[in-house]
Design a protein around this ligand. Structure first.
Ligand SMILES: [Zn+2]
Length: 197
């Protein structure tokens, strides 16, 4: 599929940048960078279990998931985690630790960097379904329902096996990689003429 420069509208051409084949504008310095999307996920511990929501939207309609979602550009991932809990399980939470960082490779959409937090409910908070959830419940860790996203299963498994902060994983095990999970981004192309690493 052809892509076009967001600065001047010219069709982009293939070029090699930093050893990788990219698309760039022949007229100016626009490069179509292929960056991962960043998402947060939160293990909210309550009553000896974890809070899950049953999804009222695709992908994964009717299946259960951790609260979480994409991090906005102007947002710290921890703030995104807290916001998503307010939106999805209607509850204020206090993050208690960073559980881990993981990579979800994808072929047909931007890959994802997941940032998982552990949290507890704020005093007096009672989880209930937000607009994107059919219901919200606390599940014991040894009897979880089918989850919408393999990455969320991975996060909970890591919590179960360690009960300690996760090692930073470079990627998910192949068997749990690449959920059909997340919606394609409406804004995959980003103008970023200069970039330092
Ligand atoms: Zn251009």
């Amino acid at each position: 599929m052809a892509h076009y420069c967001v600065l001047c509208g010219t069709e982009l051409e293939s070029r090699i940048i930093e050893g990788r084949e990219m698309e760039g504008c022949p007229n100016d310095d626009f490069i179509l960078w292929r960056d991962p999307k960043v998402a947060s996920a939160v293990v909210v511990e309550a009553d000896g279990g974890v809070v899950l929501g049953r999804r009222a939207i695709e992908p994964g309609y009717g299946l259960w998931c951790l609260p979480g979602g994409f991090v906005n550009d102007d947002e710290h991932p921890a703030d995104a985690a807290i916001r998503e809990c307010l939106e999805e399980i209607s509850a204020a939470v206090e993050l208690t630790s960073l559980l881990g960082v993981y990579h979800v490779p994808k072929q047909d959409a931007p890959s994802m960097i997941g940032i998982a937090y552990r949290a507890r409910l704020a005093d007096g908070a009672e989880p209930k379904a937000g607009s994107e959830m059919l219901e919200v419940r606390v599940f014991p860790l040894d009897s979880l329902p089918p989850l919408a996203f393999p990455s969320h299963r991975y996060v909970i498994d890591q919590l179960l096996t360690s009960r300690a902060p996760l090692a930073v994983a470079s990627h998910l095990p192949a068997a749990t990689a690449a959920p059909s999970g997340m919606p394609p981004s409406p804004a995959q192309a980003q103008s970023r003429p200069r970039r330092t690493r």
